[in-house]
Write a protein that binds this ligand. Structure first.
Ligand code: ADP
Ligand code: TRP
Length: 328
């Protein structure tokens, strides 16, 4: 069975971008692939050097993963920092990555702009650590959202370069994996591009119905359709993106026709989206509450996940040491 791995940094609660862009794919893939999912707590040190209660932050994501439907019997869940083997691979991979190409990564440039007083080496080598996360399991597929495409390109580069330098076919080149035909980007509802924690425009899986409705009803719109069958401006298309994701085809067609014949009322569209979103989020929210109260269970799942991940990483590291020429 093909191996799959993915992770999310524990820098807050999961939002709809994380869910539809990544975690929903995790849940679907666990039946058909050999999956492992993790919580990228080391990666969060690149932006949050003193992260407070990092174990509790990891538990938060773990509870949310479980609530979304990841079954640790099918797909072990672990915390990145529990698998120290990753660092050894990170070191070897870093030896073959060049300053110029790391500096050209868009997310590095963005973060460097956002935190000019802390342009640390971890930020620069973020893609190498991500490559180590993936390559330590020799994973073939990685479910992530569109914003991770460049990091994935770097992971493939790490794999190719290692294979070339040592004349082996050891690492497969990991592919991004999307469930639909193309990468999903969940938009923000404030007219600012994508939904994201740093954008401050998220609908969270923990949000109650009232909060969700309020956030949807506040979505930015325009003065309404004027010409029949005209293309939709971005802020309106964003609403239709939500409709496509959470409502059924018939509902989508209904509002699409209303747009096309210029009878659409944005209030009705928003009410529909809010109601259908609540249907998706409410059962997840209940499960989050259940798992969050169960710290012992969470810690056990993470411990067991780490054992599986460590065994998988150790096997890879031993091979890597052998290939480079170190004692095993
Ligand atoms: P954030 O941007 O809120 O900090 P992360 O960068 O931690 O979120 O993303 C974790 C995962 O969720 C990644 O796989 C990412 O691609 C996905 N993701 C985040 N936001 C979105 C979005 N708006 N649309 C699609 N996928 C997203
Ligand atoms: N960079 C990813 C993000 O910001 C998180 C991540 C770290 C990851 N290591 C990974 C994702 C390995 C997939 C595979 O969302």
């Amino acid at each position: 069975m093909e191996k799959v791995v993915s992770g999310i940094r524990p820098t807050g609660n999961l939002h709809l971008g994380n869910y539809f862009g990544a975690v929903k794919s995790f849940v679907k893939m666990q039946d058909d692939y050999d999956c492992m999912f993790f919580i990228a707590d080391w990666h969060s040190l690149t932006t949050h050097p003193k992260p407070g209660d990092i174990q509790q932050s990891a538990r938060t994501i773990l509870a949310e993963y479980l609530a979304c439907g990841i079954d640790p019997k099918k797909a072990p869940i672990y915390v990145q920092s529990d698998v120290r083997e990753t660092i050894e691979l990170y070191l070897y991979l870093n030896m073959n990555m060049y300053l110029g190409e790391l500096e050209r990564v868009t997310t590095f440039k963005e973060k460097a702009r956002k935190q000019p007083d802390n342009v640390n080496a971890g930020l620069l080598t973020y893609p190498t650590l991500m490559a180590a996360d993936i390559l330590q399991h020799r994973a073939a597929k990685v479910p992530v959202g569109k914003d991770q495409e460049q990091n994935m390109e770097m992971a493939r580069k790490c794999a190719r370069r290692f294979n070339n330098i040592y004349g082996v076919e050891f690492f497969p080149e990991p592919q991004n994996f999307y469930f639909s035909d193309k990468a999903i980007k969940i938009p923000g509802l404030d007219g600012s591009g994508k939904m994201g924690k740093s954008e401050g425009n998220c609908i969270y899986l923990r949000d109650d119905d009232k909060t969700i409705s309020k956030k949807v009803m506040k979505a930015v719109t325009d003065e309404g359709p004027k010409t029949p069958n005209s293309p939709r401006p971005e802020v309106i298309e964003n609403l239709f993106t939500f409709l496509r994701i959470v409502s059924d085809d018939e509902t989508y067609r209904y509002f699409d026709e209303k747009w096309n014949d210029c009878t659409l009322r944005y209030g009705d569209l928003k009410k529909q989206i809010a109601a259908d979103l609540c249907k998706v989020v409410a059962p997840i929210r209940e499960q989050i509450e259940y798992y969050s109260a169960n710290t012992d269970l969470l810690d056990r799942i993470a411990r067991e996940g780490a054992e599986v991940a460590r065994a998988s990483a150790q096997a890879t590291i031993n091979e890597v040491r052998r290939i480079i020429g170190f004692r095993v």
